[in-house]
Design a protein around this ligand. Sequence first.
Ligand code: SOE
Length: 387
Amino acid sequence: MSKRRKLAVGLIGYNFMGKAHSNAWRQAPRFFDLPADVRMKTICGRHAGAVRKAQVQLGWESAATDWREVVADPEIDIIDIVTPNDSHAEIAIAAACAGKAILCEKPLGVSVAEGGAMLAAVRKARVVHMVCHNYRRIPAIALAKQMIEQGELGDRIYHYRARYAQDWIADPKFPLVWRLQSQIAGSGAHGDINAHIIDLGRYLLGEFREVCATMETFVKERPLTAGSRKRGKVTVDDAVTTIGRFRSGALVNLEATRFAPGRKNSIAIEINGNGGSLVFDFEEMNRLRFYDAREPEERRGFRDILVTEPQHPYVGSWWPPGHVLGYEHTFVHTIADFVSAVAAGKSVQPTFEDGLRNQQVLEAISESARSKQWVRVLKSPPTILSE
Ligand code: SOE
């Protein structure tokens, strides 16, 4: 009998996403029938005390303070990157050179150039690569994808409207954390949460053709740290609004903001086609609303699909119908699919190419906001063409 493979993981980073990913590495093999086992080998972070605490709490075998050591570890098969955005490229490229499979948090890098270099590196090394756009694997979103593909919204999509709204920095006294500094984050609400609804648009409806956008930084200076009198400049956007068009001709309306008091992590999506409409709201993530325009007129109306049936994507591995899932499950699903792909040596969406295409849309939007012009989204980036 052939020995079952065990994939050893090195997680670089340990804060919010570190927790979400650690939980997923632990849960994925417990709930999904995976072709390989997972070994949570090393967690890495710059601060020895904090990373040691995370190691114990999150259940990793060992802790390290230098990511290079983790990437060089011959026992490690997978590098999972959950660090601030400006370090994704360097770590991913080194991991690819070391032959590791890579899961990287979004946004892929801080620019199209970085994304292109990352994609070139993983292609050259022939390693499995994935960007963690976890919301693709909300069962209701995966169901929406199936329904669109099966033509339930008809054969022509008119609109994709998506709003990602948060309020965690709406208070002007909130300090200048790394997410508000362009040299680390690349951009603000744009790369952080607009990236998610761009990804969902691409996943559900295909590539963007052109965009026209505006951005605003409502609070231009903030305390350097909580309660401090010293202030620093906010160098990223607080909100971004975009209209655009997919290559299919469908129209796009996007809004991403961290200035929507009361909206904690709202992702509201509506898609309209000639056969009907779909509505999704992350605050009720186990539901998908569907209007079938082909039903007899007198019986038409939005129907509420509770996406907790075993036939629904991912749900069969969890609880009986009606026992709802949450945010953390989206990471478990992502990691379950990633482990299967790594074990089989196969590609898994969203790949670094998806990450790069996302980055191209992000950059076109930034360029439009800067120039106050419509901007075409590049079809294929020069870095890929010259590979
Ligand atoms: C912070 O805005 C954040 O944690 C994002 O970085 C995540 O990608 C998003 O899903 C939740 O909010």
